[in-house]
Every structure is written in structure tokens, then in C-alpha cells.
Ligand binder design. Structure first.
Ligand code: AMP
Length: 271
């Protein structure tokens, strides 16, 4: 991969990169399409990164759809797919991790120990292999986007890390590789996440500035769906990810909930 990227760079080509764990869907492909517009070469990585999983059963059950993924990449004009093995990424004796200290404390970081160290470490290694000028990440994983942006800034990486909008089903469910695990009934139950986020945004748009009141309303919507179990719901400063009492600056609401044995996350900008 690196030989290929160095050659492209020496010919003045601009490399755009979309890191993924595969089981590709239109959310991933929206990042690919955007990168194709911005750059000369589009590279996708497909690597189910073992060190970012906090539960062994989640890693094992993670969907792997290699043939479909390659077909989708070909359809969208991807120039290279980088799919290293776990052994190549983490050979015997591997012992270094990258930690972004503050941004990883709340939300996903609080509930998935080690998750963001795994993400930051693999993203840095992937950047070193692919040598991209631009890398696209989905806002679906809002905290991850902010963590990667901070890592790039703090470690002086010469990669522009760009966040792109969340792609949703027509009924509002955010596309996710994990949606494959949902039964028809759970699929319907999972819509309460989007309902809660929408209600919160509507309240903010209508002038509500009290985060506790918005949070209460959103929590009530999740609680009204017996099939869903809320893990966290936070309203926070869009840049520093610190909790907010008043919506007096750019604000995001994010949540994680279990629907059956599937863990779903989603978020929305409130103002
Ligand atoms: P993953 O394969 O889940 O690690 O995701 C790879 C990239 O695709 C990450 O930057 C995600 O944020 C992004 N992504 C996943 N789902 C969506 C979606 N529904 N809309 C936009 N981007 C997404």
C-alpha cells in the first residue's frame, strides 16, 4: 500500500482515504463518493480492528461481507482497497497505543474501555500506510470523528480529517453495519433513537435552551419503547464534548441504546 501511495504522491496525485471495518453500506459509500470528488485517488481500507472491540462476542459477530464490499468499491470507482491482516497490523511484540486523553472520557469512551485507544492507534497506522492527503469520517460516530481530528492536530499529521453527514434510511434509522443483526421487530423498535433526537432538535429549534429539559423529553421517548434500553444520552459542547447545561454554543446530543442484543449509537446537532 505504501509503495503504491508513494508513487501516486510522487506523480502529484491527491489521495483520499475512507477507513472502514467493511460490511459496506451507502453510509460508507457517501464518504467514498465525496472523496472521489475531492481527490485523484480514492482508497478504502477494510479492517475489522480487533483492538477497538471491548467485547469478544461483538468482534466475533461483526458482519464480514468481503465479496459484496469489493463489488461495491468497484461500482463506486474506488482505486485501491487496503485490507491488511490482524497479524500484519499487530505482529508479535506490538506494544504501542495512541491515547487522546480528554475527548475519549465521556460516552463511548466511558462505556467501551480501550475502544478509542484502539481506534486512534489503528487510524494512525492506516494513515501511515495509505499516506492520504484527505480522510473522510462519518458524523454518525461523532466522538470518533472528534478524537481522530484531535489526534491529527496534536501529532501534526499532514492529513485533513473531514466529517461528513450521517446517511439514514428513509424512516430515519442511521445506516450501520450492525443493523444487519436487527430482527424486523427490533428494526421498528430502533426508530425510537431517531424520534428522540428529532424531538430534541425540534425543542432546540423552538427556542428551548435548557439541556435538562431537552434531555428529559428525549429520555422519555426512549423509555416509552420497551424494546430499547438506553445506555447513555448526553448533550454536550460540539468541540470539547463536555456536558452543557445551557445551549449557548454549538451543541450535539448523542446516545447509545441496546435493542435486543444489538448496540446502536446515533447523534444530532441541536443548534
Ligand atoms: P465503520 O465501518 O463502522 O468503522 O465505519 C467507517 C466509516 O463510515 C466511519 O467514518 C463511520 O463514521 C462512517 N459511517 C458509518 N455509518 C455511517 C452513516 N450512516 N453515514 C455516514 N457515515 C457512516
Amino acid at each position: 500500500m505504501t509503495v503504491h501511495s508513494r508513487a501516486a504522491r510522487s506523480h502529484g496525485q491527491k489521495i483520499g482515504f475512507v477507513p472502514t471495518m467493511g460490511a459496506l453500506h451507502p453510509g460508507h459509500m457517501s464518504l467514498v463518493d465525496w472523496v472521489k470528488e475531492q481527490c485523484d485517488l480514492a482508497v478504502v481500507s477494510i479492517f475489522v480492528n480487533p483492538i477497538q472491540f471491548d467485547r469478544a462476542e461483538d468482534l466475533e459477530a461483526y458482519p464480514r461481507t468481503w465479496d459484496d464490499d469489493l463489488a461495491m468499491c468497484a461500482q463506486h470507482g474506488v482505486d485501491a482497497v487496503y485490507a491488511p491482516t490482524a497479524q500484519a497490523m499487530y505482529p508479535d511484540g506490538f506494544q504501542t497505543t495512541v491515547s487522546v486523553k480528554q475527548l475519549t472520557k465521556p460516552m463511548e469512551g466511558a462505556h467501551r474501555p480501550g475502544h478509542f485507544d484502539g481506534v486512534a492507534t489503528v487510524v494512525l497506522k492506516l494513515f501511515n500506510a495509505v499516506l492520504p492527503h484527505v480522510a473522510a469520517f462519518g458524523s454518525k460516530d461523532y466522538q470518533q470523528l472528534k478524537v481522530v481530528q484531535r489526534m491529527a492536530r496534536d501529532l501534526d499529521l499532514e492529513v485533513e480529517v473531514v466529517g461528513r453527514p450521517t446517511v439514514r434510511e428513509p424512516d430515519g434509522l442511521a445506516l450501520s453495519s450492525r443493523n444487519q443483526h436487527l430482527s424486523q421487530r427490533e428494526r421498528e423498535q430502533s426508530l425510537c433513537l431517531h424520534r428522540a433526537l428529532n424531538a430534541a432538535r425540534r425543542m432546540a429549534q423552538d427556542g428551548e435552551r435548557d439541556a435538562a429539559r431537552i434531555s428529559e423529553e428525549a429520555r422519555a421517548i426512549i423509555a416509552a419503547e420497551p424494546g430499547a434500553k438506553l445506555e447513555y444520552l448526553e448533550i454536550f459542547d460540539a468541540e470539547e464534548l463536555t456536558p452543557l447545561a445551557k445551549l449557548d454554543r454549538p451543541t450535539v446530543m448523542a446516545l447509545a441504546a441496546w435493542v435486543g442484543s444489538t448496540r446502536l449509537i446515533d447523534n444530532m446537532v441541536l443548534n
